[in-house]
Design a protein around this ligand. Structure first.
Ligand code: FE2
Length: 285
C-alpha cells in the first residue's frame, strides 16, 4: 500500500484498490522484486528476477524460533554499508569504542580470519579470562573467568552472523552459552545504510525487565557508539574510493579486507554476466 495516498497493489504490481472517490483502478504498473519472508526478516532481491534463489538466504532460524528470545532494532545509519561490515568483522574496536565491552579477547586473544566459498569468517578465542562488564551482566558471569569463543560469518553483500559463546573454563565450545546476533546492512544511498540488528538468548525467557536492559545496552552500543564513529570515518573519506586512500590495515582487519575483496569479485562477476547476457540478447535480435 502506498503510505502517501493509500493505493494498494498486488504482488504483480497491478493496482487493486483505490480508496479515493470513484475508486477507479488506475492502469499503473509498478516494478516488482522477488521477496521472501524468512526468519522474521524480509529478503528482497533487486537484481535479475530470474536469478533470485531463496536457497542463498543464510540460516537465521533462531530469530523466529520460540526457544530464543531476541531483542532487535533497525535504524538508518550514515555511512557506506561496507564500513558497517568492517566494524562487525573487526572486534578489536570494542576496546576503544565501547567502554562497557572492553575485553582482552578482542585485542590479546587468539584471532583468525579466513574465507570459505563466498563467506568470510573472523574468529576470536580467549580462554580463562574475564568477559567485558556488559557481557558479564547479560550472561550472569560477573567476577568469574570464562572461556570465550566469538565467530563472525559474513555473507555477501552485508549480512553478518555473530556467534558469541562463553562458558566456565574447560566447557566444550558447543556447550557454552550462546548469544547469537544478526547485523544486516542494506545500502540506502552511497552515504546511508539501513542497519538491522538482533541478539537472542535462550535463558530468562519472558523476563521483560532483563529484555529491556539488554535492548538498552545493545541500542546504546550500536546507535550511540558505533554509528557516530563510522559516520565520521565515512565523512572523512569524502566519497573517495576506499583503496585509493591507501588505508592503514591493522591486524584486526583480516576479515574486513577479505569481505571487501570478495564483494568486489562478486560484483565484477555479476556485471560481466549481465554484459554477456545483454550481448547475447543483442545477437539474437
Ligand atoms: Fe561496535
Amino acid at each position: 500500500m502506498c503510505p502517501y495516498h493509500g493505493l494498494r497493489f498486488d504482488g504483480a504490481g497491478r493496482c487493486v484498490h483505490n480508496p479515493h472517490p470513484g475508486g477507479q483502478l488506475p492502469d499503473a504498473q509498478l516494478r516488482v522484486y522477488p521477496l521472501v519472508e524468512r526468519h522474521a526478516l524480509l529478503w528482497i532481491w533487486m537484481g535479475d528476477p530470474a536469478k533470485a534463489d531463496p536457497a542463498l538466504i543464510p540460516d537465521f532460524s533462531w530469530l523466529s524460533d520460540p526457544k530464543w528470545e531476541a531483542v532487535r532494532g533497525s535504524t538508518v545509519a550514515e555511512g557506506h554499508y561496507e564500513l558497517y561490515s568492517d566494524n562487525i568483522l573487526d572486534l578489536s574496536h570494542a576496546n576503544f569504542v565501547h567502554p562497557a565491552l572492553v575485553a582482552g579477547a578482542f585485542t590479546e586473544g587468539e584471532r583468525k580470519f579466513w574465507q570459505d566459498g563466498e563467506n568470510v569468517f573472523a574468529e576470536y578465542i580467549r580462554l580463562d579470562d574475564y568477559l567485558s562488564v556488559g557481557i558479564s551482566a547479560v550472561m550472569g558471569t560477573e567476577g568469574s573467568k570464562q572461556d570465550f569463543y566469538g565467530l563472525v560469518q559474513w555473507h555477501a553483500p552485508a549480512v553478518l552472523y555473530f556467534d558469541f559463546r562463553a562458558g566456565n573454563p574447560g566447557t566444550p565450545r558447543e556447550q557454552c552459552t550462546l548469544l547469537p546476533s544478526l547485523h544486516a546492512f542494506t545500502p540506502e544511498t552511497l552515504d546511508t545504510t539501513h542497519y538491522f540488528w538482533a541478539t537472542a538468548r535462550d535463558y530468562k525467557l519472558g523476563d521483560a525487565e532483563f529484555t529491556a536492559a539488554m535492548r538498552g545496552a545493545l541500542e546504546f552500543a550500536f546507535e550511540q557508539e558505533d554509528m557516530p564513529i563510522i559516520r565520521d570515518s565515512h565523512r572523512l573519506m569524502r566519497g573517495e574510493d576506499f583503496w585509493s586512500l591507501r588505508p592503514l590495515i591493522l591486524g584486526g582487519d583480516g576479515g574486513g579486507v577479505r569481505a571487501r575483496r570478495m564483494l568486489k569479485r562478486l560484483i565484477d562477476r555479476e556485471q560481466q554476466t549481465e554484459q554477456e547476457d545483454a550481448d547475447g540478447n543483442a545477437r539474437q535480435v
